[in-house]
Design a protein around this ligand. Sequence first.
Ligand code: HDD
Length: 690
Amino acid sequence: MKNAPNQRGAAAPPDAAEIGTGGELHQHGGDPLTTNHGMPLSDNQNSLRAGDRGPTLLEDFALREKIFHFDHERIPERIVHARGSGAHGFFECTAPIPGLTRASLFQTKGERIPVFCRISTVAGGAGSVDTPRDVRGFAVKFYTHEGNWDLVGNNIPVFFIQDAMKFPDLIHAVKMESDRGFPQAGSAHDTFWDFVSLMPESTHMIMWAMSDRAIPRSLRMIEGFGVHTFRFLNDAGTSTFVKFHWRPRLGLQSTLWDEAVKLAGADPDFHRRDLWEAIDSGSFPEWDLAVQTFDQELADTLQYDILDATKLIPEEIVPLKVVGRMVLDRNPTNFFAETEQVAFMPTNIVPGIDFSDDPLLQGRMFSYLDTQKSRFGTTNFHQIPINAPKCPVANFQRDGLMQNLVPTGRANYEPNSLDLAGENRGPRPSAAAFTTYPEPVDGPKVRVRSETFADHYSQARMFFRSQTPVEQTHIVSAFVFELSKVTLPHVRTRVLANLVNVDAELAGRVAAGLGCPVPPASRAAREPIDLELSPSLSIVNKALATLSGRRVGILFTDGSSSDDIAKVAADVRAAGATPVLVAPRLLQVGTTPKAMDADGQLAGTPSVTCDAIAIIVTEQGAAALAADAVAVQFVADAYAHLKAIGHTAEAQALLDSAHVGSSDGVVGLGPDFIEAARRRFYERDVARGS
Ligand code: HDD
């Protein structure tokens, strides 16, 4: 009889040969409960005590083991990007590029390799909310045939600083202030604005951070960027510069600030839940992977340096070429084991891809490996299943804390001649493996910033002026909000002085919002210039008219038509969205002809959790809801948040209470509503002049 580890029957003790390798955790219903050492336990309720009312005995090893293990359940959270959500999936090469790179994942059309993706906020702790104004981390681990490639990027294509030397200062400044321990997950405080105002190179990134990019609707609806310039190397060793872009198939979609704030209260896990539920229901998020490739000759024509991470190359100058797609189709089995323990490192690179000399990237190449030792306490974190490559690992690195592998043979050094022809001599380097691009390097050892990094404002200006008016207004509002939380007048003034260099009108509007004068422009290291605008930087310009992957709230109450509700729900489903039935009562709402249950009770399901709403009520129902502050807020918010509102004619009393005027996007039910629900009505925002 072969005994499964941890499942030893009491009757027939296994002999040594029959005991399995063991250690794997069995969680099947009915398996005997054991200690961590595999001994079956008879009681998981009571500690061992002297008499039924007596003191607990030190002898109780089972109690001590359980509490001991529990006491050590946490590992240090990530110093940045602590709050994240992850999922498994695959990358499929759709357009091979062997001429550009020999990286195995880009060679064969249709070939799929597994990936794990983790999307995160930056500033908040692991338990912080999902919707603060913040950059989102976008990290993907590709398990290729030639090792793991980690593309550790963000949802913004540029960064705050140019040199890794400033990273600890940046993060200290944005995280909660060191004396008071607040604010959590927010940049609207003195130390952040003090630092960035003293670092004009951050201005371009600040423009992005104040834009709606920093308040995404869903992790499924963000773009991702590798940020730095990397290199592709082909079989001949030819180098081409490359920038990586992720493009969401569901389209780019953001919330309004008021929505983001309300979501933080309504559902602190809004993004994590959204990703989980989408994958769980088979609606798999998908991104195209696109590359911008260029050579030194093109780089030389640009008015900025391709090694400067505070600059982007507009796609109008170097177009994007889609080379593959990523589909996230499986939720983690265990959050800690996978999402928490996944360890990304920009140094995880594969043959065919190489680094550039970007000083930010160069610094990152030290930080990530180093931080993993701090998080896991051991150099062997690469053996954890989520981090382990899905290809052979062969080297002479040995031992260490939590060593899980059992190397065979005598050879633990190289070269060796222990077994000249045989297996036991161990692995050897191969010519076809990873090779660094032999870029000639020359120059004195200096601590300087290149002159070519000196223009801090031109791309910030290009970004601002490439936005639609409504997006510009949102940026102004974000600056006003953030700076209104700054208590040091000289910091506010310095930010405004920097903004004058970006755009005088922007600075004027922010100053007007704060009620202070516009200061003279700060002294720029290099005078900003007017670059060609890049309309592709606007979210609104490239918004997709789609309901796919969205949620449509259907508000109803006693007396509503269950047939109408079912019809709208079916139309919503047919458009690729999820209907969410919302009523003042969760169960047994008195709809006719058939009573219905809701998916969400009204107070617990505000309209901020949906992308459009339908109101299906009778005159009586409308009158009842018009007197209910929560229902009125539901409708008023949907309107203020620029969402389509479909309604029965009888709903007018409720619309009136919510001050919903006649406007585009306020329509009857049926095809008009489904059509309207595919978009946001930015015209309302302009009309409101917010
Ligand atoms: Fe970083 C985590 C992205 C600059 C040091 N970073 C981290 C994560 C992402 C990024 C997505 C979370 C990965 C995960 O989900 O586990 N970081 C970036 C981008 C940068 C950047 C796009 C600039 C272009 N980072 C950067 C610099 C340094 C670091 C300049 C240090 C010199 N980053 C870290 C870190 C973290 C990290 C301290 C924290 C946890 C971890 O690595 O595993 O090493």
